[in-house]
Design a protein around this ligand. Structure first.
Ligand SMILES: Nc1ncnc2c1ncn2[C@@H]1O[C@H](COP(=O)(O)OP(=O)(O)O)[C@@H](O)[C@H]1O
Ligand SMILES: [Mg+2]
Length: 272
């Protein structure tokens, strides 16, 4: 490629850490732009992240188009949560190398707070409902931080059950309702990218179906989403694409349909 030098320069100026990890050069935003109309909305390049000396995320790269729902799958301990946490720029695991671009913004150069301000919304496994606050106060608190997204009334239209329980203390909600509240907190903050860590965890099948319906509605709104799930089948029905992580590396990147149809792949990496 004639413009490869230019791409190298871009990478050198923005990548975190040295390039000793893989020898591969990050494409950087210039390269992403050079792909023309198919520019990725969210682009992750060669992420390496550690808990102390424990090397967990071992060179993860992928692209997501705007509006896509991607299931990030893999066995327990594969590194799914660690990958989401590295993307959200929280301190642990420590991101030592890689690039993360969301809608042209270099998240790898940002703090967790800045990444959130630039449209990244992580809904963690524990859902982070704030104790002592009502449903509505939980939403109001999320809404304080810029950029401001949906109105609380609009959230109640999507989640009538939250509207009915607006004055109830958030932590007294059922698991399914708490999951709705966790997603709602992201919507009032105008997310560009929603990261959901095991949204179905601990929920009864009938509640899983209810959350699935809500996520379908969010999908119809064009929200770009990464969903991490042990319940791979449920996630694959929702998702357009799937990534499979094994021992901190991406071992499959393709359509959700391919994973549903490929029994060997499912046996090897998903135990289903
Ligand atoms: N805070 C931590 N400190 C050290 N190791 C951790 C920490 N959190 C997770 N790990 C390790 O990182 C690996 C990946 O964990 P995790 O990202 O939680 O996997 P998954 O979400 O796919 O189940 C596991 O081996 C786990 O023991
Ligand atoms: Mg996890």
């Amino acid at each position: 490629m004639s413009d490869s030098n230019q791409i190298d320069e871009t990478a050198q100026s923005s990548v975190i850490g040295d390039s000793a990890f893989t020898g591969k050069v990050a494409p950087g935003v210039e390269a992403v732009r050079a792909q023309g109309g198919q520019r990725a909305f969210f682009s992750v390049w060669d992420l390496h992240a550690y808990y102390g000396e424990s090397y967990i995320v071992q060179g993860v790269s992928f692209d997501i188009r705007e509006g896509e729902i991607v299931a990030l799958l893999g066995r327990n301990g594969a590194g799914k949560t660690s990958t989401l946490r590295a993307l959200a720029r929280v301190d642990s695991p420590e991101l030592r190398h890689g690039e993360i671009w969301l809608d042209h913004q270099p998240l790898h150069e940002m703090s967790a707070y800045q990444a959130a301000q630039n449209g990244l919304g992580l809904v963690p496994e524990d859902r982070r409902i704030i104790q002592g606050l009502s449903v509505e106060e939980n939403l109001q608190l999320a809404q304080i931080a810029p950029p401001k997204g949906w109105s609380i009334e609009r959230v109640y239209e999507l989640f009538p059950r939250l509207g009915e329980r607006r004055n109830q203390e958030g932590v007294t909600l059922s698991g399914g309702e708490q999951q709705m509240l966790a997603v709602a907190r992201a919507l009032v903050r105008d997310m560009k990218l929603l990261l959901l860590d095991e949204p179905y965890e601990g929920l009864a099948p009938v509640i899983v179906q209810e959350i699935e319906k809500t996520l379908e509605q969010i999908k119809a709104l064009g929200m770009t989403t990464i969903i991490v799930e042990q319940n791979a089948v449920a996630a694959l029905h929702l998702a357009d694409r799937a990534l499979i992580l094994d021992m901190g590396k991406i071992v499959f990147d393709g359509t959700a349909q391919e994973v549903l149809e490929n029994e060997d792949l499912r046996h090897e990496y998903l135990a289903i």
